[in-house]
Design a protein around this ligand. Structure first.
Ligand code: SF4
Length: 105
């Protein structure tokens, strides 16, 4: 292995390791998943899957509404789970929904 390619290889190893540590830190910041049985979740009709929302109970709900496009979502639109300001210290599913859903501006 030439000196330059060894240096490039070592740089890639360090860069990859740094990226892994950063992504693990981001995941670690997410709290435990909010169970649908959580008292606040029950009160808000939270479901981990927006397609499972009771249409009779929540007639204004639409399957296109989900946590990842809610104004209270803390995360990227493509994240599978993220934060929600209503559930401090916990995480909600990106595909979840609750009756506090509000369109992201
Ligand atoms: S407020 Fe928004 S992000 Fe939070 S649980 Fe309800 S729909 Fe999901």
């Amino acid at each position: 292995m030439k000196q330059a390619s060894r240096r490039t290889f070592m740089f890639q190893v360090v860069a990859t390791g740094t990226a892994l540590v950063a992504s693990r830190a981001a995941v670690a910041q997410l709290g435990p998943a909010v169970p649908e049985t959580d008292p606040t979740a029950v009160a808000l009709g939270y479901k981990e899957d927006t397609t499972k929302v009771d249409a009779k109970k929540f007639p204004k709900h639409s399957a296109s509404q989900k946590c990842s496009n809610c104004a209270l979502w803390v995360g990227k639109p493509t994240d599978a789970a993220g934060g929600c300001s209503l559930f401090a210290g916990k995480s909600v599913k990106g595909n979840g929904w609750c009756s506090a859903w509000a369109k992201k501006a």
